[in-house]
Design a protein around this ligand. Structure first.
Ligand SMILES: [Ca+2]
Length: 162
C-alpha cells in the first residue's frame, strides 16, 4: 500500500507544473525562513494570506522577491504582527536580505500592492481614535526601500478615513 501511494505520488509529480525545480526551491527558501521566525516567536503563520511579489530592489537587473506575511498567536496570545521580508535573486537562488515589521494588531494593517522603481508599495489602514482592534479605518499608502541590509520606510500618506 505504501509503495503504491509512493508510486502515485511520483507520477503526479512528473505531470505537475508545481514540481518545476526553480519554483520549488524559491518557495522553500521563503517557507523555511518564515517557519524559523514563527518558531522563534512561539507563534505561527496563518495559512493563505502570505503575499509574494517580484521586482528589482537592489538595482542589479534581477527580479528580487518581497513577501508580506503574518505571524500570530505569539506565546498563545491573540496578537498578530505583519512582516515584510526581501530575498535577493542570486545565481544560487533566493537569499534573505532584510526584514521589517510593517503592521499588526493595534498598529495598522498593511497590504502588499506593487513593486515599482525599486520601491515596495503598500496600502495601509491606520487606527482612528475610536477604531476597535478588529477594524482600523484610515486608508493610507507607504513604501519601503532596500538600503543595504535594511528595509526603510520611505514615505507615507494617510487619508482621512473611509
Ligand atoms: Ca535585484
Amino acid at each position: 500500500m505504501v509503495t503504491r501511494l509512493l508510486a502515485l505520488n511520483l507520477f503526479l509529480c512528473t505531470v505537475s507544473v508545481t514540481c518545476a525545480a526553480q519554483k520549488t526551491s524559491d518557495s522553500t527558501v521563503i517557507d523555511k525562513f518564515i517557519a524559523t521566525q514563527a518558531a522563534k516567536e512561539k507563534g505561527e503563520e496563518p495559512e493563505g494570506i502570505r503575499k509574494v511579489m517580484t521586482g528589482d530592489l537592489d538595482h542589479d537587473g534581477l527580479a528580487d522577491t518581497a513577501v508580506l506575511y503574518t505571524i500570530e498567536a505569539q506565546n498563545g496570545s491573540n496578537n498578530y504582527i505583519q512582516y515584510l521580508a526581501v530575498f535577493r535573486a542570486t545565481k544560487r537562488g533566493l537569499v534573505y536580505a532584510a526584514r521589517q515589521s510593517v503592521g499588526g494588531k493595534n498598529r495598522r494593517e498593511a497590504e502588499l500592492i506593487s513593486i515599482s522603481e525599486g520601491l515596495i508599495n503598500l496600502d495601509t489602514m491606520d487606527y482612528g481614535p475610536k477604531d476597535p482592534s478588529c477594524c482600523p479605518s484610515i486608508k493610507g499608502q507607504t513604501s519601503y526601500v532596500l538600503v543595504g541590509r535594511a528595509l526603510k520606510e520611505k514615505h507615507r500618506r494617510a487619508g482621512k478615513g473611509g
